[in-house]
Write a protein that binds this ligand. Structure first.
Ligand SMILES: [Ca+2]
Ligand SMILES: [Ca+2]
Ligand SMILES: [Ca+2]
Ligand SMILES: [Ca+2]
Length: 457
């Protein structure tokens, strides 16, 4: 009897030590967006107006697990799961990293505020073997100034201080004109990190954060784009990563109104480059700033008017080429390739996505193509106001090393997954609706859930 008890006691001890300690610590951190840690990245759809059990919810995440076809409607079976105390909060932004380095990518999600609510927070949702779990943590943000409200909270992840532990930055959109700032959470881990205010002496309204190691020193740097606001032109700002967080904002010599930004190594020199897009002007414009040891170098620009860039411009229809940008290595040559959305393309607002490949000088038009819903192999046909390309993301969902292209068409609540085969964006294509991901519904007023088609990235 004694012996048996002794054995059981020993086994119990072994189990208790092994599960929280050795087994998890041994696992390598997952790549961003691999929530179940299986090596294939997962598509995260952020739905500000998703439905939970048929009821309109403040925030629902749709996840399409790479390679398995498994789907998850996170927050849909428990409507309060992503809600914050202020009650007017909507999920509008999400970014992934393996914050606690347990081998499962996690996601940080944030919303906005509506006057007079001035509270903002960031919710962390942790990954697990089964994907996004019910383990969450809330990171409180400093309150907005008295007159402030923010349409949404922008997020970016990276290791800004270079200590090996993932950090997170957050900034409200209607920020800089109010003398606001970027909030840094160092070593996010299990969500007990205190907010650090990083002042940004710039006017304007932030539109996007993009993080990448532009200088190649092992610390992630932060780019902030702003849009024209109150007659103050939009800008591109660079905050370099430092041993204690983020350095002062340096304004790049530019002025426009930048809607999107993404970081990736398009030139293949080992440093991240910054790609920004504006829809101002005759045809929209994309600009590539090469990363250099000193920061960001002289940019190269292109539009649909540039020779070799496929697609026609339609100035009378309100081109929005450059309003969404994704970077990722589609052909597996080590350089990040570009997907540029033009959700206004085609009469009216049918949408298109242009794919260009990264090259030593920034981009090449060799192999470039424009995709619409009327392209061969796309299972649907284009219709007005579907806005195909309103958002794009590039992720290796199949685990083949060549990344795949994912396109959102929020006007029809649908996303499209274009697999990459032999370095080319391939057809046929699979498409998924909000209903397929379990977050569709209809409110008593007939509202059926718009905004499905934007990604965490
Ligand atoms: Ca996965
Ligand atoms: Ca994790
Ligand atoms: Ca860090
Ligand atoms: Ca490439």
């Amino acid at each position: 009897m004694k012996k048996i008890l002794g054995v059981s006691g020993l086994m119990l001890t072994t189990v208790l030590v092994a599960v929280p300690g050795t087994a998890h610590a041994a696992k390598k951190p997952a790549r961003a967006y691999d929530f179940n840690g299986d090596g294939r990245r997962d598509v995260l759809v952020v739905s500000a107006n998703g439905f939970a059990k048929g009821q309109l919810a403040q925030g629902v995440l749709g996840v399409l697990y790479g390679g398995t076809g498994k789907k998850q409607a996170y927050g849909a079976d428990e409507p309060g799961l992503l809600s914050l105390p202020d009650g007017v909060w909507q999920v509008k932004e999400a970014v992934s990293a393996d914050f606690d380095r347990d081998g499962y990518a996690d996601v940080a999600v944030a919303g906005g505020s509506t006057y007079p609510v001035r509270t903002l927070s960031v919710v962390l949702v942790y990954g697990s073997k089964k994907g996004l779990s019910r383990r969450t943590a809330v990171l409180p943000m400093p309150s907005l100034p008295a007159q402030g409200s923010a349409y949404k909270t922008l997020l970016a992840a990276g290791d800004f201080d270079g200590d090996g532990r993932p950090d997170l930055v957050a900034a409200p959109t209607e920020s800089f004109q109010l003398g606001w700032r970027v909030t840094l959470f160092r070593a996010v881990g299990k969500g007990r990190s205190a907010p650090i205010a990083v002042p940004v002496s710039a006017a304007g309204s932030a539109s996007r954060l993009a993080s990448g190691d532009f200088t190649g020193d092992g610390r992630t740097d932060l780019a902030v784009t702003t849009i024209l606001d109150d007659n103050v032109p939009g800008r591109v700002l660079l905050l370099k990563g430092t041993a204690t967080g983020l350095g002062p904002a340096r304004q790049l010599d530019d002025s426009s109104t930048w809607y999107d930004a993404a970081a990736g190594d398009v030139t293949g020199d080992g440093r991240a480059d910054l790609v920004v897009g504006t829809t101002i002007g005759k045809a929209g414009l994309v600009r590539i700033y090469p990363g250099t040891s000193a920061g960001l170098g002289r940019p190269v620009s292109f539009s649909k008017r540039t020779k070799g860039v496929p697609g026609t411009t339609e100035p009378n229809l309100g081109d929005r080429f450059g309003s969404s940008i994704a970077l990722g290595d589609l052909n597996g040559d080590g350089r990040a390739d570009l997907a540029i959305g033009d959700p206004s393309y085609g009469a009216f607002g049918r949408g298109s996505v242009t794919v260009l490949y990264g090259a030593k000088k920034g981009y090449t038009t060799r192999g470039a193509r424009m995709i619409t819903e009327d392209s061969k192999g796309v299972p649907t046909a284009s219709h007005s106001n579907e806005n195909f390309g309103a958002d794009v993301t590039i992720l290796d969902v199949t685990g083949t090393r060549a990344a795949d292209l994912v396109v959102g068409a929020p006007g029809e609540s649908r996303i499209f997954v274009f697999r990459t085969v032999k370095g080319k964006v391939a057809t046929p294509v699979r498409s998924y609706t909000a209903g397929n991901l379990g977050i569709a519904g209809k409110s008593p007023t007939g509202y059926d859930g718009l905004d499905f088609g934007y990604f965490g990235r």
